[in-house]
Write a protein of this length. Structure first.
Length: 148
């Protein structure tokens, strides 16, 4: 009798723990997807003068947007890592619910893919940042930095 009550309490705590883990992982994934929306097409934000025309303006990069995109890629990378570690840890802690294990495996795989995307985008933006020339923010006729 006592053993059965203990098992019911233990299963209740495992259920609350798993629900809490799923809520945190889903919240981190929603934040990551919000960051992906900004990083999926960075050219729309990086080159604000491309629609003006001319020879030089399509190669002008806005430095503030570049710094913000680098920061967003770092935040997304951190969210992806936290999400993947939490889902992987929850997968190993859970041994009773098989369907929940499947959910954690799916969350782990998608979080790992997101983390790779954020890492790739961060490297890409850092390479762009290091290749910029003539970055004079206070020049009246040059709106940003140029790609050589």
């Amino acid at each position: 009798m006592v053993n059965r009550q203990f098992m019911n309490k233990a299963n209740h705590h495992i259920g609350i723990y798993l629900l809490f883990s799923i809520i945190i992982v889903v919240a981190l994934k929603v934040i990551s997807y919000f960051f992906i929306l900004f990083l999926i097409q960075p050219k729309l934000l990086l080159y604000p003068y491309a629609d003006i025309g001319g020879v030089v303006y399509p190669k002008v990069v806005d430095l503030d947007v570049l710094d913000a995109l680098i920061f967003v890629s770092l935040l997304g990378f951190i969210c992806g890592l936290l999400s993947s570690f939490l889902s992987f840890w929850s997968f190993h802690k859970n041994s009773s619910f098989k369907i929940v294990n499947l959910i954690f495996i799916i969350m782990f795989v998608t979080s790992a893919i997101e983390t790779l995307f954020f890492c790739y985008r961060f490297i890409q933006l850092q390479n762009l940042s290091s290749s910029l020339v003539s970055c004079d923010k206070f020049s009246a006729n040059i709106p940003g930095c140029y790609i050589p």
